[in-house]
Ligand binder design. Sequence first.
Ligand code: EPU
Length: 345
Amino acid sequence: MQVLEQVLLAPYTTFGIGGPARWFVEASTEDDVLEAVRFAQKRNVPLFVLGGGSNLLVSDAGFPGVVLRISLKGIEQKKTSESAMFSVAAGEDWDAFVTLAVGQNCAGIECLAGIPGTVGGTPVQNVGAYGQEVAETIRLVRALDLRAMEYVELDAKECGFAYRRSILNSSERGRYIVTRVDYWLRSSLNASLSYADLKRYFQNWTRQPTLSEVSSAVREIRHQKGMLIVAGDPDCRSAGSFFKNPIISAEYFARLTASMDGMSVPSYPAAYGQVKIPAAWLLDQAGFHKGYALGRAGISSRHTLALINRGGASASDMTALRDAIVAKVLERFAIRLEPEPVWVG
Ligand code: EPU
């Protein structure tokens, strides 16, 4: 295991922002992961686990402890005539795995194409898009339990999945380091077409699109919305959605609608009779439109929820924009937006 010092983190994030890690270790085996953890424990310094860096905002001061980059590779598969189990190492690129599965006519993650990041990050925030979320297809998560200092396997139920949430980023945050995820996919040609954007895309088709046609459509839609990383295009230099879509009570939703002078409030049903409203709509209503700029930070010209580094932005430029948005939406709607990216440092 090689330990590097003072490694700039900006190149490891899709935002392209962040100061140095005091120590930086790349793990390609489970033993490396253990060794890196012990290295941090011995020095009594914090540990941060880095995957694809697609959901991170790293501070300008960097990270004062050990950054552990998960580079475990390998995909094993067991196929039957009706299904396939893919055991995927945490450091594998997510989108490459989607392409591999779709290429073998395995269904269940075709709508999750084009999402930047690694496989190990997917259970943590229960990645979801275009009508699918990984909670539906994950069977097992293998992880190092830092409390017991041993590898454990969590089934989907133990992961406690909910919207953008699992125990890994909530009740047990910091306890586990994911090293492998098992995906159970159906051998099928039938793709999932539940999300409005996708239905619209295929509305004039006279036949059912294939899995790979749906994946391509998702990539195209993501690109149109600035949610696909395109090298050199600052309009896409983001961490995807910067805020979660808030979930409010049905009573508050009724009051909100009544206060909008006849304008309808977009909404989706959420668990326990609650209502999910698009954060992008709240931003727009609060005056933060596509193309908005605050110094070197800004909002993509393609989607209101994609906060971007317009070029040379620092973490504090991004947090100034974040704070301005949170304050305005709170004042206007009494809803406190919650950022989706993890803050490091
Ligand atoms: N809207 C606006 N302005 C915009 C864009 C959207 O007002 O510029 C409103 C519209 O009312 C629109 C609604 O927001 O109907 C929903 O927009 P969209 O379909 O683009 O979805 P989203 O809620 O903004 C969520 C996820 C995305 C995921 C898409 C597609 C969250 C926080 N975001 O976005 O996930 O790709 O749905 O399923 O749940 C991510 O988490 O990083 C991410 C990109």
